[in-house]
Design a protein around this ligand. Structure first.
Ligand code: ADP
Length: 595
C-alpha cells in the first residue's frame, strides 16, 4: 500500500471513530436528558404533594379555634385572668393534639391575647402582629395563608389565619403556625436538590440550607419597602442565587448555573453549580417548586458512552487489522503453495523428460549390445541367400525351372525372417508414445525373446516360457514393456556367464486382479546387501563399459508408470527371480449390480 493511501485510510478511520464517539455522546445525552426529565417530573410531583399534605393538614384549625366558646368568651371579656387562662390552656391542648408549631389568637389590633406557647419564654402573648399580612387578610374577613420567618422564634413557618366573629363583627383573628422544618429535613435527607420559591422569587423552603431565603432575581424597590413592613423574611434584603440560564430548555429541563451569595466575610470563589432545573407551579400557594439535577449525571453517562464507543472503535480497528493480516498471510501461503506446486510440476516434467530420454538411451545401448549378435544373425541368412541365389542361377541355366523356383521360395522365407528381425529392431528404436493402451503381455515376451534369440542361442541358454492360453492384457505400451523384458533377460544372461546348463524361466500367472510375470535364472543370485540397491540408478556390479546401472532403474520407472510394481529375490535353489505385477486390464468394465 502506498504512503498516501495509508494516510488517507488512517484519517478516514480516525474521522469515522470521532464521529461515532460524538454521535454516541449526543444520543446518550438526549436519551438521559429524557430519562432525567421524566424523573424530575415524578420527583417534583411527589415533593409537591408532600408539601400540600403538610400544609393542608392544619387548614381546619383556625376555623375551629374561631368558633370555640372559650375563645369567643375571651374576646368578650379580655383581661379576665380565669377566662384568659382557660383560653390559653385550650389552645395549648389543641396545639398538642394537632401537632402544629403554634396556635394563637389576636385581638382586633393584632395583639396576641392567647397562645399555645403561653408558658414558654417565646410566648406570643402580648406580641403584636398587626404588620403581618395573614392578620390583615383575616381582619378583612378572609382566611389567610402566609409564609414568613417567625419574628419571635426566627423559625420559618406557614401561617393560616381565620377571622373571629361576634355577631358579624370581626373581633379578632385565630392563627395556626405550621412548622415546615421537618419537611425540609426530610427533603435534605433524600439527597436531592429541591426548593420552593414564593411569589417574590425568594426561596422559602429548600433541601439545601445554603440556598434558603436566597432570591432568584433581584427584588424591585417597592417590594423591598413592603418587606420592610411585613418582615416576611425577617430581613429586608435576601441574598441572590445568581440563577442563570445556560442555553435553551429541552424536554422540560432548563440548564442553569447557580452561585448563591453568602454572608461570609470572605466571598468564596466557588465555581457556579451546573444543573438541569425542572419547575412546577404550586397554584394553591402562588409558589413554584424547583427540582435540580446536577448536570454531571448526564455528563457521566455521556462520558461512559463515549469511552465505550471509543473502545469499540479501537477493538474494531484492531480486529480489522488482525483480519487483514490473516488474509494477507493466507494469500502469501496460498501463493507460495501455488508456486511450490508449479515448481513440483515443472520438476516432475523435467524428470519425466529426463527419464524418457534415459529410456531412449537405454534402448539404444541395448541395441548396440545386440547389434553384434543381430549382425551375426543377419549374416547367416545372407550367406545362405548368396548360396541359394548362385544355385538358382545355375538351375535356371540348366533349364530346371521347378527346382529354381523351389530355391527362390526358400530365399523368400529367409527374407521374411530377416524382415521380421529388422522390423522388431525398428519398432524397439522408436520413441515410446505417451498414451497407454491395452497391451498383451505374451506378445511382448515373444518380441523380446525374438530380439534376444541370436544371443540366447549363442550362449546356449535354454529358455522356458510358461504362459497360459488366452490373452493377458495390461494398460501400457508394447515397446516399453518389451524393453523391461529385454533388460531382465539380458541381466539373467550376464549373471549366468560361466554357469553350466544356463536356463531362464519366464512364467506368467494371474492372481487378485494382477498379472504376475517372473524371470528366474540359475545364476549366482543377488547378494542380500545389494537387494535394496538394485533398482537405484547407476547401481551396477559390472565392469566399466559393460553396464551403466540404468536397466533396472528404468524398468522400475516403466512398471510404475503402468501402475505396477517390480521386485527381486533369490530363489530357494539359487539364482535370481525378478517379479513384475501389473493390474489386469479388462476391456469390459464390470457394471455395478442393480439391487
Ligand atoms: P547393469 O546391468 O547395467 O549393471 P542393471 O540396473 O540392469 O544395470 O542391473 C544392476 C545390477 O543388478 C547388475 O549390475 C547386477 O549386479 C544386478 N543384477 C541384475 N540382474 C541380476 C540377476 N539376474 N542375477 C544377479 N544379479 C543381477
Amino acid at each position: 500500500m502506498s504512503y498516501g493511501k495509508l494516510i488517507f485510510r488512517t484519517l478516514a478511520i480516525l474521522t469515522a471513530s470521532i464521529l461515532a464517539i460524538w454521535m454516541a455522546g449526543r444520543i446518550v445525552a438526549i436519551q438521559s436528558l429524557n430519562d432525567l426529565s421524566v424523573h424530575a417530573e415524578q420527583r417534583t410531583t411527589l415533593y409537591a404533594s408532600s408539601l400540600k399534605a403538610a400544609l393542608s393538614r392544619f387548614d381546619y384549625l383556625p376555623f375551629v379555634v374561631a368558633e370555640e366558646a372559650r375563645i369567643l368568651g375571651l374576646m368578650l371579656a379580655p383581661g379576665q385572668e380565669a377566662i384568659q387562662r382557660a383560653a390559653n390552656e385550650y389552645l395549648e391542648r389543641m396545639n398538642d393534639e394537632a401537632g402544629a408549631a403554634a396556635l394563637y389568637v389576636l385581638d382586633a389590633e393584632g395583639t396576641t391575647v392567647a397562645a399555645s406557647n403561653w408558658r414558654t419564654p417565646e410566648s406570643f402573648v402580648g406580641q403584636n402582629y398587626h404588620f403581618r399580612p395573614y392578620f390583615q387578610i383575616a381582619a378583612r374577613g378572609d382566611p389567610g395563608r402566609y409564609f414568613a420567618i417567625g419574628v419571635t422564634t426566627n423559625q420559618p413557618g406557614y401561617f393560616l389565619s381565620y377571622p373571629i366573629r361576634l355577631s358579624d363583627e370581626i373581633v379578632g383573628v385565630a392563627v395556626v403556625k405550621v412548622d415546615l422544618d421537618p419537611l425540609q429535613h426530610d427533603w435534605a435527607s433524600g439527597g436531592e436538590s429541591i426548593f420552593v420559591a414564593d411569589e417574590n422569587g425568594v426561596i422559602v423552603l429548600s433541601s439545601q440550607e445554603a440556598w434558603r431565603y436566597h432570591s432568584l432575581r433581584p427584588l424591585p424597590d417597592d417590594l423591598r419597602l413592603t418587606l420592610n413592613k411585613t418582615r416576611q423574611y425577617n430581613q429586608t434584603d435576601p441574598l441572590l442565587m445568581n440563577w442563570r440560564d445556560q442555553g435553551p430548555p429541552s424536554g422540560g429541563l432548563q440548564p442553569v448555573s447557580v452561585q448563591p451569595e453568602t454572608n461570609a466575610p470572605l466571598q468564596s470563589t466557588k465555581p457556579p453549580g451546573l444543573y438541569f432545573a425542572h419547575a412546577t407551579p404550586l397554584p394553591d400557594f402562588g409558589w413554584s417548586m424547583y427540582f435540580l439535577a446536577p448536570d454531571n449525571v448526564i455528563n457521566a453517562d455521556v462520558a461512559a458512552a463515549r469511552i465505550m464507543t471509543g473502545i469499540i472503535a479501537l477493538a474494531l480497528v484492531f480486529a480489522g487489522l488482525y483480519w487483514r493480516q490473516r488474509l494477507h498471510t493466507r494469500k502469501l501461503r496460498r501463493l507460495s503453495r501455488a508456486e511450490l506446486e508449479a515448481r513440483i510440476e515443472e520438476r516432475t516434467r523435467e524428470l519425466q523428460e529426463a527419464q524418457s530420454s534415459l529410456v531412449q538411451a537405454g534402448k539404444l545401448a541395448a541395441l548396440g549390445q545386440m547389434s553384434a549378435a543381430i549382425a551375426h544373425e543377419l549374416n547367416q541368412p545372407l550367406a545362405a541367400m548368396r548360396t541359394y541365389a548362385a544355385s538358382a542361377l545355375m538351375l535356371i541355366g540348366r533349364d530346371a525351372p521347378d527346382q529354381a523356383s523351389d530355391t527362390v521360395s526358400k530365399m523368400n522365407g529367409l527374407v521374411d525372417r530377416m524382415a521380421q528381425i529388422t522390423g522388431h529392431l525398428k519398432q524397439f528404436a522408436r520413441k515410446s508414445p505417451k498414451q497407454l493402451e491395452p497391451t498383451p503381455i505374451g506378445k511382448a515376451v515373444n518380441n523380446a525373446l525374438t530380439l534376444l534369440e541370436p544371443e540366447l542361442r549363442l550362449r546356449e541358454v535354454s529358455v522356458e516360457t510358461i504362459i497360459p492360453e488366452g490373452q493377458a492384457d495390461i494398460l501400457g505400451d508394447t515397446v516399453r514393456l518389451e524393453q523391461v523384458f529385454i533388460n531382465l533377460a539380458r541381466n539373467a544372461l550376464d549373471a549366468m556367464e560361466g554357469v553350466n546348463n544356463k536356463s531362464l524361466t519366464i512364467r506368467l500367472e494371474s492372481e487378485d486382479g494382477f498379472h504376475v510375470i517372473e524371470f528366474a535364472d540359475n545364476g549366482p543370485g543377488i547378494p542380500a546387501e545389494e537387494l535394496d540397491q538394485l533398482f537405484d540408478p547407476f547401481f551396477t556390479t559390472k565392469e566399466v563399459g559393460k553396464g551403466l546401472g540404468l536397466g533396472l532403474s528404468l524398468s522400475y520407472g516403466i512398471i510404475r508408470d503402468f501402475g505396477g510394481s517390480i521386485s527381486a529375490r533369490n530363489a530357494l535353489g539359487g539364482g535370481a527371480v525378478f517379479r513384475i505385477a501389473l493390474p489386469v486390464y479388462e476391456t469390459k468394465q464390470p457394471h455395478a449390480e442393480v439391487a
